[in-house]
Design a protein around this ligand. Structure first.
Ligand SMILES: *Cc1c(COP(=O)(O)O)cnc(C)c1O
Length: 338
């Protein structure tokens, strides 16, 4: 594997830190570490920035002048894409799906949406359940009709080119762990559109690192999530010239902690947000990273004593779209005893 063979635009602050979380680790009975991909830098950071480095590389190679992408209203992927476009003089056309059904003013106007507008993206919002891939093609055709050269980025930036960003992250984690003499038993991450999980699995497999990855789902049921991740991990390994490196057993998703659905917050999510914030000063996000932490908290007894790396995929900007949901649950804050 030789990532320098793929066109790439530098967007992220790399490497992101791999840090211990001793206080939360003690509470959970784990040797817990955190990989700070919430600190990739662009537009406040997050996991999509690594994918966008390779996607923009490909876009420039193809002569594109406008990026087209889609996501849920509070999409972190869309926010990072809008920022990457702005930083490189590209146009950005966004289609947002009203997936959660929320019409709360903070959800539809604050957080990531406010930032999308700040970065100058054009935004069109469509109903929940719309065929978003068809919308992307329609938008691209419209732009072509205007003489533009659109580059379509799928939801979450999750295709084999985008997943190269998480191949690179896998390499980075193993290098950092080796430098620290840290033998990792398990990597835990949120898994959604599958590029993060699939890229990690592909990268670890191609390296022969033998580190299991546990993905906590945020939307799809287990069978569908695992099929999606496996397909993308295989395609990504093939892009790296190692089509047989990924085996079925390398892909494990746990989708038991989704709760009511994508982007919907329950008490377990709030407890995870509060615990990470008040134990180690870490800001998780309500849609992805706090759901993964909710799963890790629930299953921690199974992993007791293990060295676990929690991949923080970012998303804190989305918190400001959830003020009306979270504020009541947080009350007036904690007590002086904490
Ligand atoms: C998109 C996203 C994820 C999920 O990553 P995928 O590559 O889509 O599976 C996790 N966390 C955050 C904060 C995200 O924005």
């Amino acid at each position: 594997m030789h990532l320098a063979r793929f066109p790439r635009v530098r967007l992220a602050h790399l490497p992101t830190p791999l840090e211990p979380l001793p206080r939360l680790g003690e509470k959970l009975g784990l040797d817990l570490w955190i990989k700070r991909d919430d600190a990739t830098g662009l537009a406040g950071g997050g996991n999509k920035t690594r994918k966008l480095e390779f996607l923009l590389g490909d876009a420039f190679e193809k002569g594109a002048d406008v990026l087209v992408t889609q996501g849920a209203v509070q999409s972190n992927h869309v926010r990072q894409t809008a920022a990457a476009a702005a930083a490189h003089g590209l146009g950005c056309a966004i289609i947002l799906e009203a997936r959660t059904g929320s019409t709360a003013p903070d959800y539809v106007g604050n957080g990531n949406v406010l930032l999308d507008k700040l970065f100058g993206a054009s935004i069109r919002t469509v109903d929940a359940g719309t065929d978003m891939n068809a919308e992307l093609e329609t938008e691209a055709a419209r732009l072509r009709g205007e003489g533009r050269r659109p580059y379509v980025i799928p939801g979450g930036g999750s295709n084999p080119i985008g997943a190269l960003g998480y191949v690179d992250c896998a390499r980075e984690i193993v290098t950092q762990a080796d430098d620290l003499d840290l033998a990792i038993d398990r990597i835990v991450t949120a898994t959604g559109s599958a590029g993060t999980h699939g890229g990690l699995v592909a990268g670890l497999a191609v390296m022969g690192a033998d580190v299991p990855v546990l993905g906590f789902g945020v939307r799809a049921p287990k069978a569908r999530q695992e099929a999606m991740v496996l397909k993308l991990a295989r395609e990504t390994a093939a892009l790296l010239g190692r089509p047989d490196a990924v085996t079925d057993d390398m892909v494990v998703a746990d989708c038991d902690y989704v709760g009511e659905g994508y982007g919907l917050v329950d008490q377990g999510v709030i407890d995870a947000l509060v615990l990470a914030a008040r134990t180690d000063g870490i800001v998780l996000d309500p849609v992805y990273s706090a759901k993964a932490m909710k799963g890790l908290i629930a299953r921690t007894a199974e992993f007791r004593g293990e060295t676990v790396v929690f991949l923080h995929t970012g998303g804190a900007q989305g918190l400001f779209g959830y003020q009306s949901v979270l504020e009541g649950a947080l009350g007036h804050g904690g007590t002086v005893e904490n």
